[in-house]
Design a binder for this molecule. Structure first.
Ligand code: F6R
Length: 619
């Protein structure tokens, strides 16, 4: 979807369905350039980015190289940035990232790859930065620059305050960037304070710029960069001055753009019922009036006269939207009963965090429920929790005289490893196992709190997650096969899938990919497709307008849900990967579930204590 001409967008912007489609589109543009240049006997000069966003692009380019003969022998690359200080061999290094995710799968020449160095002494960095700029000039300048965008609006690591004239240099990372980086570094405190980055001027000299953003967490900064004023506090706004920049977004990252959030402000729209619901709830919020109290004047003053005209009177329109929202509310009596259900939980705790309320109601409705934990979540367990649990094991073994020697040996091996461990080191198998078991026992305890039997829990331990590193392998046939086997065994009428796709490491997105793959195979094999309900909760909640169902929770039900979340003790107080939100998970849940209920209340619907929200996936 390209912007209508009347939009407020100051950068050409393209919105596509999802991360994969975006990867294919952008890789296709890069491949076309590489081929045109090769046909003319010239090298293509690419500016490249790291981070989670461009991984799909690199994966697709590697596929084009392998399967369609796209050659990189004449491609020259310049990366945007590198942390400082940073050893190129470190798992956190952008050198290593680029070789592992991209270069080592291609026929690119080592001497054609340029990445800023983070391993030089500080007093040699300036000279190195000048050399980097000179190398770009000598290569004839950058033909196509690939960019991501940080939540501060940085491009490269040009943090707030970076000027239009800035060149390759050492900069101090913003606190927000370091917080986001914490997800990769096993904690914010391990993220380097500085980085070497190409400057804004260096980037703007590229002949073409493709900037990418995916996920709900980028929606705000995307709108600021695309529709806001140029400001050196948001480096991405400088791209408005560049003649050939295209912003590529998935639906989630494009959600706050005016053409998506409030398209009626831009001119004529075709009024569908979902758009009417969106517009009337927006108007109710703008005017702080209940839906049924909105008047002709409110509509006229907010450019919504055409919507009223389409429905005859404000009363008819108000009633339609009021009823449409009301019809979304599903108490226990309107929820499935006596069905087979699988709740797919990417990590052990997403189930209770996101859908603890409905799980309890569905259990009361005598559904047969399996909760399938897709990954072990062992990466997110602190070492001190391993020590605590082993201490417990040692004491029990000692006091009750159970296989004490084996426990002592295990404790000694783990202690020896942990004593020498550096942040980010991959754990030995025993430590990974202990961490996995910690999370499994917490998951079972969480389910028990809601009233489930232990047998309801299934631990799929999908192989893509078992790298022991923050970076996961791509979803493969082995992951899909495990999910498919469970679907075949249970034959569910309904499945629940995590639909918040902006978790720090993309694990939720990858889990959904495995489920989608398995469902596709099932349908191709002639098996019925279960209904799919998408939930959110750990990172954000569905807005009431987008939700298909709103499930009310009483005070006791919310309390029980929070008690189930408390059982995930290894994630309490400070979780290793909390993401940008500083609150504990139970606090986010309480605020979100009460917030959804409060929103309905403000719109003039019934007053509930708390609410969960679900979207039925359409096919
Ligand atoms: C990476 C870079 C950064 C990232 C940005 C988004 O080389 O220069 O500007 O593009 O921080 O990161 P992700 O894609 O991880 O959200």
């Amino acid at each position: 979807m390209i912007a209508p001409s009347s939009s407020l967008e100051r950068i050409r912007t393209v919105i596509v369905g999802d991360h994969d489609e975006l990867g294919r589109l952008v890789a296709g543009r890069i491949a076309a350039l590489v081929r045109t240049r090769a046909a003319a006997g010239q090298p293509a000069v690419l500016g490249l980015a790291t981070g989670s966003t461009p991984i799909g692009v690199y994966r697709e380019l590697v596929r084009l190289h392998r399967e369609e003969g796209l050659g990189f022998a004449h491609v020259v690359t310049f990366n945007l940035d590198e942390y400082f200080p940073m050893d190129p061999g470190s798992i956190h290094s952008y050198h290593r990232f680029m070789w592992e995710n991209f270069f080592s799968h291609l026929d690119i020449r080592r001497e054609n790859v340029h990445i800023p160095r983070g391993d030089l002494p500080r007093d040699r960095i300036d000279e190195e930065c000048r050399r980097y700029e000179a190398a770009i000039r000598e290569a004839g300048g950058i033909d196509l620059q690939l960019l991501g965008i940080g939540r501060t609006g940085h491009i490269g690591f040009n943090e707030p305050g970076s000027g239009l004239e800035s060149r390759t240099r050492l900069i101090t990372l913003d606190l927000v960037t370091r917080k986001d980086g914490g997800a990769d570094f096993f904690g914010e405190e391990n993220v380097p304070r500085e980085a070497v980055t190409m400057g804004v001027a260096t980037i703007l000299e590229a002949r073409e710029v493709l900037i990418l953003a995916t996920g709900e967490h980028k929606a705000y900064i995307v709108r600021r960069a695309v529709e806001g004023e140029v400001d050196h506090e948001v480096a991405a706004t400088f791209l408005q001055r560049h003649p050939a920049t295209t912003f590529y977004l998935d639906n989630a990252a494009g959600a706050y753009l005016t053409r998506v959030a409030t398209p009626w402000l831009l001119g004529q729209v075709e009024w569908t019922t979902p758009l009417a619901v969106q517009a009337v709830t927006w108007l109710s919020r703008q005017t702080q009036k209940a839906i049924l109290k909105l008047t002709q004047r409110d509509y006229a003053e907010h450019r919504l006269s055409s919507l009223v005209a389409a429905h005859g009177t404000p009363g008819a329109l108000n009633g339609l939207v009021f009823n449409a929202l009301g019809a979304k509310i599903r108490g226990r009596s309107k929820l499935p009963a006596g069905q087979r259900i699988i709740c797919f939980s990417p990590h052990p705790d997403d189930d209770v965090i996101s859908m603890g309320g409905i799980l309890r109601k569905l259990l009361e409705n005598e559904n047969a429920i399996t909760v399938a934990y897709m990954t072990s979540g062992n990466l997110a367990v602190f070492d001190h929790d391993v020590r605590r649990h082993l201490d417990f094991l040692g004491r029990v073994a000692g006091e009750l005289g159970i296989a004490e020697r084996a426990v002592t040996q295990l404790v000694a091996r783990v202690e020896e490893f942990l004593a020498a461990k550096n942040p980010g080191d991959v754990d030995i198998e025993e430590v990974r196992d202990v961490k996995r078991v910690i999370r499994e026992s917490e998951a079972v305890a969480g389910l028990r709190t809601l009233g489930f039997e232990e047998g309801a829990a299934r631990f799929l331990d999908l192989p893509f997650y078992q790298t022991g590193k923050v970076r996961k392998d791509p979803i493969g046939p082995a992951d899909v096969a495990i999910v498919r086997a469970l679907l075949e065994e249970v034959g569910p009428d309904l499945i629940f899938v995590a639909g918040d796709l902006s978790d720090p490491h993309g694990t939720h997105r990858m889990c959904k990919e495995a489920i989608d793959g398995a469902l596709e195979e099932l349908v191709a094999a002639g098996r019925p497709r279960p209904e799919v309900w998408l939930y959110r909760g750990a990172w954000q909640e569905w807005p009431v307008t987008e939700a298909t169902w709103l499930v009310p929770l009483s005070q006791e039900e919310l309390r029980l849900k929070i008690q189930a979340i408390f059982k995930h003790q290894s994630q309490k107080d400070t979780a290793p990967f909390p993401g940008p939100d500083e609150r504990e998970f139970w606090q986010r849940v309480e605020a979100r579930n009460k917030g959804t209920a409060a929103e309905l209340d403000k719109l003039g619907l019934a007053e509930y204590f708390a609410m969960e929200a679900y979207v039925v996936e359409s096919r």
